[in-house]
Write a protein that binds this ligand. Structure first.
Ligand code: SF4
Length: 379
């Protein structure tokens, strides 16, 4: 590490990072308070390189939102609807299966599927959905349902304990649960931005249970609304502690809040500076989570490319159709081509590698697929 580029005040933290030592919550807050973005990037880069060398990954995936009908009304959410609302939607199992079959023809390795907490869909509907997707392709990874959806299914639909619900879904094909719904764990923040949602302990418990069953999942943080820096660090602390216990998180994906069309629209969206700072501090603090993903849907691909020098080693995926952030006002495209992701990574001096749902590297694809339909978004 080039210590001449690190301000005096942060040098003791930089020395810890270089020695592979864990930083404290107070030190993480100090880093969040620093405006020396380049110094944060240098420190985060040490952790990134130690864990991932020169590789930067992406996944070829397809997002599906089966329905936005939800019994809750989280204040930050522009996606959810009540059945009577004009923008409410609910796809039939057959429709979803057809869309995924089409995506499989494009070569996706994962379907990522979440929805609202639907009040009336039955257990059979969910079982049918997952098992029909599994029947399409035994190798397709089905990553589905946030921790709160799992709790909703367990308590109101399946009427089973969490573990039995997860086992039942796994038996018909569920590969991973998603990391969404974590927001910020602090109870006062939760009560303001998502009253009625599961608590931090409940979110963590679903993931703990899944990890104890041998499953893996990602974890997230929705930041840039009303939380303080201390509350952000407290959120990271709880993720780091669960990871110490289970080692079940494969990657961390922070999301910047998109306020535009929500009832919190008076809040200023997180700046590019803040998003890079958040990624860098997360990379340094979460020393036990191997991968850090930049979500191009909220950062945009050019800033994701820059984030590869601020601790990031993964640019998420092709996604193909993102709805949740776009309904909240995101102006980024709804999909990325593999060529655009690879190009962005290569331009940043990293080696692009397609990964699977566990961030494992996949064998290189044939050149004919590599260039088909290429659209360079980051030239
Ligand atoms: S964030 Fe999730 S649980 Fe909350 S209202 Fe939106 S869809 Fe429902």
């Amino acid at each position: 590490m080039n210590y001449r580029l690190i301000p005096e005040r942060l040098k003791p933290i930089a020395e810890k990072i270089e020695a592979g030592q864990r930083i404290s919550e107070a030190e993480a807050v100090d880093l969040y308070r620093s405006n020396d973005l380049n110094a944060l990037g240098i420190m985060a880069n040490v952790v990134r390189e130690r864990k991932n060398g020169n590789y930067a990954t992406f996944i070829h995936n397809r997002y599906i939102n089966y329905s936005n009908i939800c019994v809750l009304s989280c204040q930050f959410c522009a996606f959810a609807a009540k059945k009577r609302d004009a923008h409410a939607f609910e796809h039939a199992v057959g429709e979803i299966v057809n869309v995924v079959a089409e995506a499989l023809r494009l070569g996706v390795t994962e379907v990522h599927m979440v929805g609202g907490l639907h009040p009336t869909l039955k257990k059979e509907w969910y079982m049918d959905l997952v098992s029909q997707l599994r029947a399409l392709d035994p190798d397709l990874h089905i990553k589905a349902f946030t921790a709160i959806e799992i709790r909703h299914l367990a308590q109101r639909i399946f009427k089973m304990p969490i573990r039995d619900t997860l086992e039942t879904l796994r038996d018909v094909g569920l590969g991973s649960i998603t990391g969404g719904g974590a927001e910020i764990f602090d109870p006062v923040v939760r009560d303001t931005i998502c009253r009625g949602k599961e608590t931090a302990a409940e979110w963590l418990d679903v993931h703990r249970t899944w990890h104890q069953m041998g499953g893996r999942s990602t974890c997230t943080m929705l930041y840039g609304h009303i939380e303080t820096l201390e509350q952000r660090v407290d959120h990271l602390r709880q993720l780091r502690e669960l990871q110490d216990e289970t080692a079940g998180f494969t990657g961390f994906i922070p999301f910047a809040f998109e306020p535009q069309t929500t009832i919190l629209s008076h809040i200023k969206p997180a700046s590019a500076f803040e998003q890079l700072r958040n990624l860098a501090v997360s990379r340094i603090y979460l020393d036990n989570i191997d991968h850090l993903t930049a979500y191009w849907v909220s950062l945009g691909l050019p800033l994701c490319q820059v984030s590869l020098s601020y601790g990031v080693d993964d640019l998420h995926g092709t996604i193909i159709e993102e709805k949740i952030f776009h309904m909240a006002g995101a102006t980024t495209p709804q999909q990325q081509s593999i060529a655009a992701l690879e190009h962005a990574i290569r331009e940043a001096g990293r080696e692009p590698v397609q990964r699977d749902s566990y961030y494992r590297h996949l064998a290189p694809r044939a050149p004919v697929e590599r260039t088909a339909g290429a659209e360079l978004a980051c030239a």
